[in-house]
Design a protein around this ligand. Structure first.
Ligand code: 5AD
Ligand code: SF4
Length: 440
């Protein structure tokens, strides 16, 4: 038997990259690779990268600089860059860092086995095509090993929205939905391997319209079908655009028990002027009314969002409008970012606002979000929740899992095993998690 080669894969950015990394490990599994958790003993290192903000892209180059000396220790080591930096910068990566042997974009990684063979011969390999063929059809079916009880499942990729600040429509391409039948098959296969919760992923997941047995299916229809799978107890989806929150999806939140009461629905700004300049094609008011409708369908739903501060032209009044919107929604989670110029996007041409002003706004917004987050977490104390147990905790007898609202929950003296969904009573709210005891 030949000794397996070792693959180290480091993932940056969003959950879709986490999913893609798993599929890349599986794709190279057929070429005799097993995953290793350290770069030091690897025969192949892949960085699965993110291009969403400047800092994310720069991190990749510093990491490549750190990895380069490993090649002197292991002359057989190959280094590859995958993901959105690969897509956006292509050949430029090899020019900037000659230690890189392979560059593969997010739509081409099913071709990794051929690319690997090429780099083993001492050549370089570059593939940043948006191929005609569907990469999912060309990837081997997922291996039979037992999986963690919660898994990601990509159902849609790409984005046609072209927000003025965002690289995604360029790095991930146009919106494409996977056929519903394939998604359902993959979900069933995951359940067979121990999965009880799936998070459906897409850059614009609620624009999903995949081919089903009786014509195209919406995300709501897909969710309803998935909920029929025996053993699939929890369904989530992310990320959604407000304009694609159709009535049937809102209704599903009130009707489908397996659909968890948590929704990530980025708005980016609370100012109509800035939303217009961002090309968001909705207003602050329409977003707030939408949340009202969602909360009517599912009153306890926990909202999550994304914000950009310091967008070109953002005035004090624009920023205050964002603060007002946050106060009105009260997010259970929210992620805020300082605007970062992305080459090739429409907003890249516009003048930046002073950096100290942007930094100050980011701090204020984050403080407000954190305050709400804490208050909402605190309001869980004394409540009965259900937790999907995902792993053992740090203390003996402690297990760790997620509530229906996606809070991390430590269960002390747990009687539960990994993969169980158990009722708990929350006893304490910590900085980033809840502590609970199991109830029967
Ligand atoms: N600058 C800062 N934040 C950005 N995002 C996307 N593009 C940029 C950018 N150029 C944020 C948005 C998006 C999240 C994934 O990243 O808030 O929802
Ligand atoms: Fe980017 Fe999301 Fe806007 Fe699409 S909808 S362009 S992914 S921010």
């Amino acid at each position: 038997m030949t000794t397996p080669k070792k693959l180290f894969i480091k993932t940056y950015g969003c959950q879709m990259n986490v999913y893609d990394s798993e599929r890349m490990v599986e794709a190279l599994g057929g070429e005799g690779y097993v995953e290793t958790k350290t770069a030091d003993d690897a025969d192949m290192i892949l960085l699965n990268t993110c291009h969403i903000r400047e800092k994310a892209a720069e991190k990749v180059y510093s990491e490549l600089g750190r990895l380069k000396p490993l090649k002197a220790l292991n002359p057989d080591l190959k280094i590859g860059v995958a993901g959105c930096v690969a897509q956006a910068e292509g050949e430029e990566i090899m020019r900037r860092q000659p230690a890189v042997d392979l560059v593969v974009g997010p739509q081409s990684y099913h071709r990794l086995p051929q690319m690997e063979a090429k780099v083993r011969k001492g050549e370089t390999a570059l593939d940043t095509d948006f191929p005609e063929e569907d990469k999912f059809e060309h990837l081997k079916s997922r291996p039979q090993t037992k999986r963690a009880p919660a898994a990601f499942l990509t159902v849609q990729e790409g984005c046609d929205k072209f927000c003025a600040f965002c690289v995604v429509p360029y790095t991930r391409g146009a919106e494409v939905s996977r056929p519903a039948t394939r998604v359902l098959d993959e979900a069933r296969a995951l359940v067979d391997r121990g999965v009880r919760e799936v998070t459906l992923l897409g850059q614009n997941v609620n624009a999903y319209h995949g081919a089903g047995p009786k014509g195209d299916m919406t995300l709501a229809a897909l969710v309803r079908e998935l909920a029929k799978i025996d053993g699939l107890d929890r369904i989530r989806y992310t990320t959604s655009h407000p304009n694609d929150m159709e009535d049937d999806l809102i209704a599903a939140h009130g009707e489908v028990e397996a659909l968890m009461p948590y929704l990530h629905l980025p708005v980016q700004s609370g100012s109509d002027h800035i939303l217009k300049r961002m090309n968001r094609s909705h207003t602050a008011e329409s977003y707030l009314r939408l949340i009202e409708r969602i909360r009517t369908a599912r009153p306890d739903i926990l909202m999550s969002g994304d914000f950009i501060v310091g967008f070109p032209e953002e005035s004090d009044a624009d920023f205050e409008a964002t603060m007002d919107l946050v106060r009105e929604v009260r997010y259970g989670y929210a992620y805020s970012f300082k605007y970062s110029t992305r080459p090739g996007t429409p907003a890249a041409e516009r003048a930046l606002i002073p950096d100290d002003v942007a930094n100050d706004r980011l701090q204020r917004l984050q403080a407000l979000i954190t305050q709400h987050q804490k208050e909402i977490q605190q309001s869980m104390v004394g409540r009965e929740l259900s937790v999907l147990v995902e792993k053992s905790g740090r203390n003996p007898g402690q297990m760790l899992g997620k509530s229906e609202y996606l809070h991390a929950v430590h269960i002390d003296d747990a009687q539960a095993q990994i993969g169980d969904i158990v009722p708990v009573k929350v006893v304490k709210s910590m900085t980033n998690s809840l502590t609970a005891r199991q109830i029967s």
